[in-house]
Design a protein around this ligand. Structure first.
Ligand code: ZN
Length: 565
């Protein structure tokens, strides 16, 4: 056996569907850091996301291939069925409360060995465990997270595989230096004795001779990678492994070097080096903020960026950590007006957004004196844009924030510049959804003059279009990268009076989805309708909402809601 032992997991790689939902869950839910935004090296038209601790340390890295059209997998034998993170014993109550606050269902298992275990599922149904125990490692807490440092996820505790029979998998683990250290019921626990406190050093096998085989898909673990200390040890281990099982050559994965081999029970194993790590192609301070490509794909960057769905990374600042009261976090959802009626369900094809979820934050509607409707962009999520509520208004302000979720994460399928008919019935359904939320707010006694419509990208276009087609005195419009909807050279003017309505149009130029001339044209039309327009152009800003744009939105809300009744 090579001199340097394999100690614990390096990373776990799984399959996801919607990239934005995946990004939001692991950063804003579990509080991990988004340490790398790159592409699948074997399929560069799709993303490869990496989440981890602040530095992206080996033993903390959970990675995903988000394939938007992936169908859901079925867990079963020959697969890793549970991926476990380590949390301190004293953090169990914090995490239970956080999951309740975030509406993430979970179960608390009876004590397993010496640990308390919370089990939850990610948006694709992948089973995640939070294992609370007294030996959790020191934290390298992610810098953009609202999880207090002392409660931060520490990295992996380990994984659980389901097997019909443990014999051959146990033999594989044995030649890798892992020994069985415990058993409880049909659960066998293996660990490397070289460093009992290493991250991800618990490999459990659940034995069930009756189990069905799993089917890989969204929510399935694709492979698990163990740690090799350096390249020399990596090569020595390759020699050892190939005495037992076929293994690949060493592959350059840019952030580590890898060999892959399948253990006889069916789980794909990888051995990955600690070097060179995630700071090889971008600074530690800004990990994950831009698309990183390996040198061999750099020449294809424009094409690949075009093919990848835009995503929004929200960096929660430490200020938000200290000032945000728990009740300003994602709060209740109310049923949409037409939910649970069989006729409206039947109507889904003609009114696809009618039954979408409505998420709320801030003051409850019946106690609020003003309301902000937040509309997410294509590929976005209501939960995600709702987190802006914390930056847009002080905690405990009497403002209700409402964010509807688009069916399949898009308000309409084509560009907002396309022939309107090609976006039907989605566009009309989206406008009707906004209408129903405005009605809900009006029914709570809040007048139009106290309602702000705000949105990003598709959501900004929707907000702009709604106000232009339902002209009145609103508390305001916030259009972050968006404008009126319709083909170029069509007549976008609307009759009607917006007198006194503040309207913010802020956009990047150039922007891949929203051309600047359309933003300017929309601002002009709003001015002609009597709105008080603020127009801001940001050269070469990424397709996202910047801190400055959030601040402009905050000021608009503050001003609008102190100057009107
Ligand atoms: Zn891997």
């Amino acid at each position: 056996m090579p001199a340097q032992p394999i100690v614990g997991l390096h990373h776990v790689t799984a399959i996801a569907s919607d990239p934005q939902a995946n990004l939001d869950f692991y950063t804003q839910g579990l509080g991990l850091r988004f340490v790398k935004r790159t592409v699948n090296f074997d399929d560069p038209g799709t993303y490869h996301f990496y989440f981890g601790d602040d530095a992206g340390s080996p033993g903390t890295i959970l990675t995903f291939f988000p394939w938007p059209r992936a169908s859901r997998g079925t867990a079963g034998a020959g697969e890793v069925t549970h991926t476990a993170f380590s949390i301190p014993a004293a953090s169990l109550a914090y995490w239970e409360q956080r999951l309740v606050d975030l509406h993430i269902p979970f179960t608390r298992s009876p004590r397993r060995f010496d640990e308390e275990v919370l089990t939850l599922a990610d948006p694709d149904g992948m089973k995640i465990e939070l294992v609370a125990h007294s030996k959790a490692a020191t934290a390298h807490p992610p810098r953009f997270s609202d999880v207090p440092a002392e409660h931060a996820v520490r990295g992996f505790f380990g994984v659980t595989m389901l097997q019909l029979d443990a014999t051959e998998t146990a033999a594989t683990l044995a030649f890798m230096g892992f020994q069985q250290i415990a058993a409880e019921g049909n659960r066998l626990r293996f660990a490397s004795p070289a460093d009992s406190s290493a991250l991800g050093n618990h490999i459990d096998i659940l034995v069930d001779p009756q189990a069905n085989f799993g089917r890989s898909g969204a929510g399935s673990v694709h492979h698990i990678a163990f740690r090799a200390a350096n390249d020399e040890s990596h090569l020595e281990w390759r020699t050892t492994i190939t005495e037992h099982l076929p293994a690949t050559e060493v592959l350059d994965r840019e952030y580590f070097h890898s060999i892959y081999f399948r253990e006889p029970g069916g789980v794909l194993f990888e051995l990955a080096t600690d070097n060179p790590g995630f700071a090889i192609d971008e600074p530690l301070e800004s990990l994950g903020e831009r698309l990183c490509l390996p040198p061999w794909f750099e020449s294809r960057r424009p094409e690949l960026e075009q093919r990848l769905a835009p995503i929004t990374l929200h960096k929660i600042t430490s200020a938000a950590t200290t000032s945000s009261a728990p009740e300003t976090a994602i709060a209740d959802r109310v049923p949409p007006p037409s939910a649970s009626s069989p006729t409206s369900m039947k109507d889904n094809a003609s009114d696809p957004h009618a039954n979408g979820e409505l998420y709320r934050a801030g003051a409850p509607l019946d106690q609020a004196t003003a309301a902000v409707i937040l509309l997410h962009g294509r590929g976005g999520a209501a939960r995600d844009i709702l987190t802006l509520s914390r930056a847009l208004a002080p905690a405990n302000s009497p403002i209700a924030f409402l964010a509807p979720q688009a069916a399949n994460s898009a308000w309409y399928p084509q560009s907002f510049l396309a022939d309107r008919e090609t976006n039907q019935p989605f566009l009309d359904s989206a406008l009707a959804r906004v209408h129903s939320i405005v009605d809900l707010i009006l029914a709570a006694g809040i007048p139009l003059g106290r309602i702000v419509l705000a949105g990003f990208s598709q959501g900004a276009c929707l907000a702009t279009e709604f106000i232009a087609t339902h002209p009145a005195r609103y508390a305001g419009l916030i259009a972050w990268t968006g404008g009126l909807i319709g083909p170029p050279d069509s007549n976008l003017t609307h009759s009607g009076d917006l007198a006194g309505t503040p309207a913010l149009f802020a956009s990047s130029d150039p922007d891949a989805w929203v051309p600047w001339p359309r933003v300017e044209e929309s601002a002009k039309i709003f001015t002609a309708m009597g709105a008080q327009v603020t127009l801001r152009r940001y050269p070469d800003k990424p397709h996202s909402v910047s801190g400055e744009e959030i601040e402009l939105g905050r000021k608009l809300i503050e001003k609008a809601l102190t100057s009107t009744k």
